[in-house]
Design a protein around this ligand. Structure first.
Ligand SMILES: NC(=O)c1ccc[n+]([C@@H]2O[C@H](COP(=O)([O-])OP(=O)(O)OC[C@H]3O[C@@H](n4cnc5c(N)ncnc54)[C@H](OP(=O)(O)O)[C@@H]3O)[C@@H](O)[C@H]2O)c1
Length: 281
């Protein structure tokens, strides 16, 4: 398992475990405990997932020390604004049973994300947050945020997978020193992901599955990944990607799968903005 160094010197495992859509708290707690036992050392939750308590309980009950875990949460839009963001991060700390977070991201680029980001900057400078960043910030909003704030985001978490490879986003993130992190590394199975012929054929060459090839591609492209599964066998499968390497020709074949389009939604689409901003915690 590789670790990457963020723009402030903090080290982050290149692979972690995501807990989106694990709504049942017992299931979430068990999944996180299993993930830690199998060897995951980075966890990705969010205020909007309503499972921070379960993640906190799993960490508390596991045999892995808190300081050996890279823990990420995200602030939801309805908690944006300077004071409310600070209060909501304190609440996240309480739910996660910890006195610091490794990474806190702004979940969406809507509302008073400037006030929210300045709250994160101050909490970072107070030492409560080891790194801060954003999620779903496309190049225009990302560059704007960089230009008018003190701290360049350490991470931008974006939908990134073989069908949406984010070359332009990556150019801007690299220019200003922000690490790209993939959400939906399997596009949640859309586009018949796990049966893709190219991924399966390449997988057969290495005795790996389509899922493993897709994750390995992102790893070799320098992307941080946080695949989600509630099944132990798949958690293990998703972690068993560090013992093989794709060739340059295979990388080229997978690069050709890029459609440069989201399989979910466009965050700049006004209808999407209308629907996401309705969702309050
Ligand atoms: N910032 C954001 O806006 C945002 C948005 C979405 C997600 N995220 C983060 O990114 C993480 C990952 O994304 P995601 O959960 O949306 O989707 P994902 O990881 O692309 O896909 C998860 C789906 O794939 C299945 N799966 C996992 N491993 C598999 C394997 N080896 N073979 C076959 N099926 C497999 C899972 O099923 P089972 O669970 O049944 O195994 C689940 O249905 C999230 O958990 C969350 O932490 C962030």
């Amino acid at each position: 398992m590789a670790t990457l160094t963020l723009n402030n010197g903090v080290k982050m495992p290149q692979e972690g475990f995501g807990v989106y859509q694990i709504d049942d708290l017992e299931t979430c707690k068990q999944a996180v405990k299993d993930a830690l036992e199998i060897g995951y050392r980075s966890l990705d939750t969010a205020q909007a997932y309503h499972n921070e308590e379960a993640v906190g309980a799993a960490i508390a009950e596991s045999s892995v020390d808190r300081q050996d875990i890279f823990l990420t949460t995200k602030v939801w839009i309805s908690n944006y604004g300077y004071e409310q963001t600070k209060a909501s991060v304190e609440e996240s700390l309480r739910k996660l049973q910890t006195d610091y977070l490794d990474l806190v991201l702004l979940h969406q680029p809507y509302g008073d994300y400037y006030g929210a980001y300045r709250a994160l900057e101050d909490m970072y400078e107070e030492g409560k947050l080891r790194a801060i960043g954003v999620s779903n910030f496309y190049p225009d909003r990302y560059v704007d945020l960089v230009k008018f704030n003190r701290i360049v985001p350490a991470v931008n978490q974006l939908e990134t997978h073989v069908f949406h490879q984010r070359q332009i986003d990556r150019e801007y993130l690299q220019k200003y020193g922000t690490q790209i992190e993939s959400w939906g590394p399997f596009a949640e199975g859309r586009n018949d992901f796990f049966n893709n012929a190219t991924l399966k054929e390449i997988g057969a060459e290495h005795d790996k599955t389509a899922a493993q090839v897709a994750l390995r591609f992102l790893i070799q492209e320098g992307v941080v990944i946080i695949p989600k599964s509630t099944h132990q066998k798949r958690m293990q499968e998703n972690l068993d990607i560090w013992d093989f390497a794709l060739t340059a020709a295979e990388i080229e074949q997978i690069t050709a799968l890029d459609t440069k389009t989201s399989l979910f939604f466009d965050h700049a689409d006004p209808q999407r903005v209308e629907s996401v901003t309705q969702f309050t915690l």
